[in-house]
Design a protein around this ligand. Structure first.
Ligand SMILES: O=C(CO)COP(=O)(O)O
Length: 124
């Protein structure tokens, strides 16, 4: 049997409640993936859905976005759901940009808001 595909989940601080709610609502669909997440987001997803297979990486501002970008470049991550906060200044804005750039370079499905993520999950 082939290994489960890997999806990355990330949410900025003001979007973490939304990500936890999204994970709760779609935990059956998300259960078909291995999940990697930035540190705090992964903690919130696991609190909401303790049964999911979530690997927590570093927190975003401490390199977590870059870790996920590297996993996209090596083919380990094939889909990105990233609830970004477009209204707050972030110290690691360049990391966020680098991550979304790599997702575009490697042409993986990338949802940057909940409306798009809902469509992804519908197609799975
Ligand atoms: O900052 C983030 C993404 O840019 C998210 O990181 P955390 O999930 O650790 O808060």
């Amino acid at each position: 049997m082939s290994p489960l595909p890997c999806i990355a989940l990330i949410a900025h601080d003001l979007k973490k409640d939304e990500m936890a709610d999204f994970a709760r609502q779609h935990q059956v669909a998300l259960g078909r993936y291995r999940i990697v997440a930035t540190g705090t987001t992964g903690g919130r997803v696991l609190d909401a859905c303790p049964g999911l297979d979530v690997t927590r990486l570093k927190s975003g501002p401490l390199g977590g976005d870059q870790q996920i970008g590297a996993m996209i470049a090596t083919g380990e991550v094939g889909m990105l759901i990233f609830f970004i906060d477009p209204l707050s200044a972030l110290p690691h804005d360049v990391d966020v940009k680098a991550l979304t750039r790599l997702a575009t370079v490697y042409d993986i499905p990338m949802a940057l808001n909940r409306a798009t993520a809902e469509k992804f999950i519908d197609f799975q």
